[in-house]
Design a protein around this ligand. Structure first.
Ligand code: MRU
Length: 354
């Protein structure tokens, strides 16, 4: 199993995804600040993985708090949450995980005044979030695998695999692994996903490791391979799904959705329920991160663009719900009208496929 992020007695152990696919290096992060920095610099990335890492960072920070009273610990904890919240704006899993940790502190505080006990419960909550993510992606694989025809070629954009989650299956790649584990033959076409190249570096790496057939294309080839009839369906992840079903994901996903519509190719979004944000009404309300221009103007230290030229680096875009065939979650598959089906899934107790 790919170990994207792990809780250890020394700190949070994290695979440095900036170095993949050529180097598989693990960092030991020994403070919540180091974890926050790793999220900002995309040592770890992918909405669920960001959430799990933030929870572990907060548990680590709490365990190192020198506060002797509950009030001291709470003071430190509130500050740590602010630091974590300021790392990246789009992936709602970050804020979902921080809120889970806040609630865990509040529950523990109501039951005990023992600071060490409260710290222990925060660690337990972070590990619960980790284990729930692994389980959720297996459920997504089961529900989603049923939608993939035997012999299908699936196009995916960015990396929504083990590397984008707590590890193991992933979301969109979980659907592909679920289909294969159900005995189906599936091949993958992965968009390279400029500028950070999550497709060519990360998706290709983890699928090759699992001997799942994968072909990398540049993002601007997606239309051509669809027109050639090479694509049976598209499966992507999501960073935030609004109440009406609009889904934010890696920049370029909207483009792929429009092309899929043009070629009558089903376009699926796979994400855990923790990525559904009912407090955000539509995609227009989702904050879109803009990152450093250098990610566009350079590949590592190689300069691609002349000095001084204006550059945009939008990290995400929004696919309107009208272009989405179905949203595959760990509680089942949602279909239009999403304002109803998503609300039902969010409020329904776990309906894990056993
Ligand atoms: O900028 P990134 O690499 O964090 O963007 C990641 C994505 O857009 C993923 O597709 C999304 O987070 C889903 S991950 C299961």
């Amino acid at each position: 199993m790919i170990k994207t992020v792990e809780w250890t007695s020394e700190g949070v152990r994290m695979l440095d995804q900036r170095l993949l696919p050529t180097e598989e290096k693990y960092l030991m992060l020994r403070s919540y600040e180091e974890v926050a920095d790793a999220i900002k610099k995309m040592v770890v990335r992918g909405a669920p993985a960001i959430g799990v890492s933030a929870a572990m960072g907060l548990a680590l920070g709490a365990s190192q708090s020198v506060g002797t009273s509950v009030a001291d610990l709470e003071f430190d904890f509130r500050y740590m949450c602010k630091v974590m919240e300021a790392t990246r704006p789009t992936a709602v899993n970050l804020f979902w995980a921080i809120e889970r940790m806040r609630q865990a502190l509040a529950r523990a505080k109501a039951e005990t005044k023992d600071v060490e006990e409260i710290k222990k419960r925060l660690t337990e909550e972070a590990l619960l979030i980790y284990n729930e993510d692994i389980e959720a992606n297996r459920a997504i694989g089961l529900f989603g695998g049923e939608l993939i025809p035997d012999g299908a070629t699936v196009l995916t954009h960015c990396n929504a695999g083990a590397l984008a989650t707590a590890g193991d299956y992933g979301t969109a790649l979980g659907v592909i692994r679920g289909a294969i584990d159900a005995g189906k033959r599936v091949a993958v076409i992965a968009d390279e996903t400029r500028p950070y190249l999550q497709g060519s570096r990360l998706t290709a790496w983890e699928l090759a490791k699992d001997n799942i057939p994968v072909t990398v294309i540049t993002d601007n080839m997606a239309g051509h391979v669809m027109k050639q009839g090479k694509i049976d369906c598209v499966v992507v992840g999501a960073d935030r799904i609004a109440a009406n079903g609009d889904a934010a994901n890696k920049i370029g996903t909207y483009m792929v959705a429009v092309l899929a519509k043009q070629h009558n190719i089903p376009f699926y979004v796979a994400a855990p329920i923790s990525t559904v944000d009912l407090s955000t009404a539509t995609g227009d309300d989702i904050p879109i991160e803009e990152r450093d221009a250098k990610e566009v103007t350079h590949v590592r230290d190689h300069q691609l663009t002349p000095e001084g030229v204006e550059v945009h680096n939008f990290a995400f875009d929004v696919t309107p719900h009208e272009l989405i065939e179905a949203i595959i979650t760990d509680r089942g598959v949602a279909r239009a009208p999403y304002s109803e089906s998503l609300r039902n899934l969010v409020t329904t107790r776990l309906a894990h496929a056993s």
